[in-house]
Design a protein around this ligand. Sequence first.
Ligand code: ADP
Ligand code: MG
Length: 244
Amino acid sequence: MGKRQGAAELTAVGIGKTFGDFHALRDISLTIGSGEFLTLLGPSGSGKSTFLMILAGFEEATSGTLKKDGVDITRVPAEKRAFGMVFQGYALFPHMTVEQNIAFPLQVQGRAPGEIKILVDDMIDRVGLRGHEKKRPAGLSGGQQQRVALARALVFEPAVLLLDEPFSALDKNLRVSMQEEVRRLHQELGTTFVFVTHDQSEALALSTRIGIFNHGHLQQLDTPKQVYERPANRFVAEFLGDVN
Ligand code: ADP
Ligand code: MG
């Protein structure tokens, strides 16, 4: 424990994405600071997941460039970017134990068994799964399954963790405790976290800054205090005022 892993700065310049004639993203430019916890917030269909997929390398932008620590990665494939990812419904392997699920990305990377054991053990402690190592996903609660997903996404020490509405299927109490968990992991590890949600209270609770999307446009990018006290436009003011 106590280890801090790497972090990277990501810069998007003029990112656009069309599906046929439809503009899912228009001219998104922003920098995500190294070690920052940035939340992308906005209504359903505003382009948050599309932008995250472009950061991950699973979707190709129609226009614009992407840099990691100043190096152009626009055309670097997802597996070479090697960002950690937790998506809703990003399923665990049902036939594998907790330990085996967490070890899987390290085995794919061809790490040595001794190193795998150390890294997996460390993650099991960090996410509070000690005592559950030999269980299979079906024997775990929803919250524990999400802890396994977090551990699996972080075990290979990625410089960036991307999370797309990871807790939206959980009930309110569990969601709040998982938010705490994610915030603690971010503080401990110092990795860059990019978190997508449509839930403004979640964004407020977690983020160093919030990027607010609507209809594929980045409406505002500011600290939680700034977006609440000085909304950039009517959409932001109304979206934040709309208690859900
Ligand atoms: P959000 O995550 O903010 O809810 P998305 O990024 O998933 O929004 O989607 C933004 C818009 O792009 C939506 O209108 C969605 O229907 C559209 N879209 C996303 N992916 C595709 C795709 N593969 N083909 C066509 N349209 C898509
Ligand atoms: Mg989405």
